[in-house]
Design a protein around this ligand. Sequence first.
Ligand SMILES: Nc1ncnc2c1ncn2[C@@H]1O[C@H](COP(=O)(O)OP(=O)(O)OP(=O)(O)O)[C@@H](O)[C@H]1O
Length: 288
Amino acid sequence: MTLSSTDVAVRATGLSLRYGRTIALNNVSFTLGAGVTGLLGPNGAGKTTLLRIVATAVNPDSGSLSVFGHDPLTGPGRLAARRRIGYLPQDPGFHRSFTAFEFVDYVAILKELTDRRRRHDEVRRALDAVGLSARRGDRIRTLSGGSRQRVALAAALVGNPDVLILDEPTVGLDPEQRMRFRELFADLGEERTVLLSTHQTEDVTSLCREVIVLDHGGVRFSGPPAELTGLADGRVWTSDARAPGALASWRTGTGMFRHVGDPPVGAELLAPTLEDGYLTLVDLAAAQ
Ligand SMILES: Nc1ncnc2c1ncn2[C@@H]1O[C@H](COP(=O)(O)OP(=O)(O)OP(=O)(O)O)[C@@H](O)[C@H]1O
């Protein structure tokens, strides 16, 4: 199914979840449409918890969720929602002695693809989509980290879900592999809804139509990446000396210093990056 740019695939309203005394999510609301939405936030902000709720792996304590109009908090709604969702968790729980094909086939069985012939075609399609056709008979324990992440992505893709939930899929990958994954996610986002949790601000700049920033379990920002970058307009500058009062200040390879924060009068301003916008946002939130 192809979504138009205004269709809503996922609607989350007032999601909250506690682990004992820890408030992991507090009244989180957002909608997801077509394309890639980035999820940024400091360690412990609640990103994995949020993805697990959207993937229907855990229920929130309160709030509601709709996936293509299905309510995953009811039995039939959960099944209908799960049929539309592919999830790449932080730890995919591989059986390392399985081959890539066997693992994706195993996930396909869990996804109710019962006809063996059609299932095997679909497993081959998913492995092909992530560029692993030639390695499908290799045991997972013999694969590199990048290839393992591809197997995990193929498992998320099997059954051709409309919503993909990806929890830090590029962590630990080298720059070339990260770029390859970006290509894949951009292609996937053309016809699907992709929610991508990452610590890589470049992933968000280069891929995402929207970005959500979570901090201490709450949504601190939601909007286009350029708007997040814009929060640091007029707050990034260069000089030949350290600026002790800045949020961040370092000597670059050119020998000049780059600073983010409140600039002095007459400072030579630089164009901000999304990372500068993110830093400014998290700092402003901390000051409140
Ligand atoms: N199973 C659990 N039991 C108790 N506390 C938990 C559990 N899972 C997460 N937490 C806590 O809930 C909060 C949110 O955790 P979560 O893993 O969702 O954050 P995150 O943004 O994904 O972090 P990271 O970027 O480090 O992966 C943290 O304070 C974490 O310690």
